[in-house]
Every structure is written in C-alpha cells, then in structure tokens.
Design a protein around this ligand. Structure first.
Ligand SMILES: [Zn+2]
Length: 329
C-alpha cells in the first residue's frame, strides 16, 4: 500500500510513521536569545490529508493554547492516516507579554503573507507561510474574542468557499457563520494558497473557559474523524450539538458612556425588544438600556465594565436553517 508523504519543515523531515517536535527559529530578543516556534508533527504511515491545528496567533488568546495542550497530553494525535501539524503557540512574543501583538506593536494576523525583510510581525508571517503552510491541506486556527469580548464557541468559514464551509459543518461548533476575509489575516493567506481554513473563536483573551475548550477539542476531533485520522470519538467528546447557522450579524453599541452591566448570558436566544444590558452613569443621574433590535441569538458579550458611547457591547445574529451546500473535503 502507498504510504503518506514526508512532511518537510525548514529542512527537517518527518517521514511516514514518525512524530517529531520541531523548532522553527523565528527571531531574537534584543538580548540575543533566539526565539523558536515549537511545532509538533504527527505523520502516520497511511495516506491522507495534512491538517494544521494552530493556536496563539494572538498571544493572549489562551483557550486555543489549552485546547492543543490538552489534546497533546491526552495523545489525541495518535492518528491512523494523514498527518497533523499542531502549533500550540504561534506568537511566542505575545504569549510571554500577555499581548495580542508582537513587540513591534503589530498584529501578526494582519501581516500575512509577510515579507522576508519586513518588521517582526511580517517576518514571522513570512517564515510561517513558507515553512508550514506549504505543507498543509486544511487549517484550523484557534482564537478567542479580543480584549474582554467573550465569544460563545463559534466556527467561521470563508464567504463563497464551499470547502471551508464544509469544514465548518464537520467541525460542528455550537454556532456557525461565514465571514469575509480580512486583509493580512492568516485565513486570507491560506485561502490564496487554496487551503480551506476555518477559525474557531471561543471565550475571551487571558481567561480559561472550560466549555469553550471542550467544544474546541470536540470540533477538532470531529474533523479528524471525518478525514479518517481517528476511528471514533470517546463518549466524553461525542455528544454533538446541532449548530446554529447565523446570518445578518449586527454589533449593538453603547448608547451612552458609563458602567456596563450585561443582563443576559452569552449564547442566549433573544426576542426583539428584550433588554440585554444597562449602561449607567456613575453618579446615578442617567441610565440607558440596550435592547435587541430583532429576534436572534447573542454570541459575543463585551465584559468591559467601563465603556464609551459607541463601544461594541453585544454581537447578535439571526438563525438560518439553510443547510450548507455539499462539497467533497
Ligand atoms: Zn484572535
């Protein structure tokens, strides 16, 4: 029987049947210390696709890092076909500084495909694209809400990309929707290279959220099972939610400046006119409510307690039962 391909990252080979921890050197600290990105490669003997699972592209979004760590600890990447490339922390600099960005103040997820001679964010993106993305057939990029925004576990696929839509369907997160490609994002770079990719967004930065972590592991295992990398799911990861497909997404913003208290739980179904939260002035002179503009579902709440007028507080969408189109992935 034909065997799987050899994975080669920065000149290091991982043959079929081998698993290795590789370090791709990315840059130096001002003190001269070399910074590596540790990358696990699990290559099975049997042919199949290569799946990239990456976390920590935003260094402060730690739920994804915990998802990969738990899957490594539980030996979930002992696969029977294809290969998994697992990157626990892409943005090492951000992780050690509790920051979304790298020390040059730029967002790596707005710097793809990057440049060999660019600033730090651009060089990280460039190295990663050439070393890792060149080896990949499908991608799962793990994120959380930025700042103090808490995302109810959701999978995002690319508009008009049926393979990415199908990957999202297989992942089967509690919430699914399509989103436009953002210039400079990892998903955009992968899309240009015709690598179907989904973004899992769950929880908020610098906070562990066990529900989000478990939903992420379930989704990744669903994808691995779909590609016949694993035979079946263990009971603790097998219950599947029916995803809610959302459209007409809308941010609801602070009607005034003040102190913000949400009145609903994230992921709640909401009726038009329902009070979602209150923004009050600190001197008990004024207070305004935020109401739902339509029937729908809240899938992101900003936990920032002190807000300015116009700050995004809730993200809402309308459920849509339309089934995804069929595609072979
Ligand atoms: Zn992110």
């Amino acid at each position: 029987m034909e065997s799987n391909k050899t994975i080669i990252i920065e000149g290091e080979s991982v043959k079929p049947g081998e698993s290795k921890l590789l370090n791709i050197s990315i840059d130096r600290l001002p003190t001269g210390t070399l910074i590596d990105i540790p990358i696990y490669v699990f290559n099975s003997k049997n042919p199949g696709p290569t799946l990239l699972i990456q976390a920590g592209l935003h260094g402060d979004e730690i739920n994804g890092i915990e998802i990969v760590r738990r899957m490594l600890t539980e030996k979930r990447f002992n696969i029977t076909s294809g290969a998994v490339i697992a990157v626990p922390i892409l943005n090492i600099f951000g992780f050690i500084h509790y920051s979304r960005d790298v020390p040059d103040g730029k967002d790596v997820n707005r710097s793809f495909p990057g440049s060999k001679t660019g600033s730090m964010a651009g060089r990280i993106a460039y190295h990663y694209t050439s070393a890792v993305l060149s080896q990949v057939d499908y991608g799962i990029d793990l994120h959380t809400g930025g700042g103090q925004r808490h995302n109810f576990p959701q999978i995002r696929y690319t508009d008009n990309d049926i393979q990415s839509q199908q990957l999202a369907k297989v992942f089967n997160a509690p919430i699914t929707f399509s989103s436009k490609l953002i210039k400079g994002s990892f998903r955009n770079a992968a899309h240009q290279l015709k690598i179907p990719t989904v973004v899992f967004e769950a929880g908020e930065s610098m906070r562990f959220d066990d529900y989000s972590i478990i939903e992420g592991i379930k989704g990744i295992l669903n994808v691995m099972r779909h590609f016949k990398m694993i035979a079946c799911l263990e009971p603790k990861y097998s219950e599947r939610n029916n995803t809610v497909h959302l459209e007409n997404r809308k941010w609801l913003r602070a009607p005034t400046a003040g102190m913000f208290i949400p009145k609903i739980l994230n992921g709640s179904k909401i009726e038009k006119g329902e009070v979602l939260g209150i923004v009050s002035g600190p001197y008990a002179k004024r207070s305004k409510v935020v109401k739902a503009p339509f029937d729908g579902l809240v899938f992101c709440i900003n936990h920032q307690a002190v807000v300015n007028r116009g700050d995004a507080l809730f993200h809402m969408g309308k459920p849509n039962n339309e089934d995804v189109k069929e595609a072979d992935i």
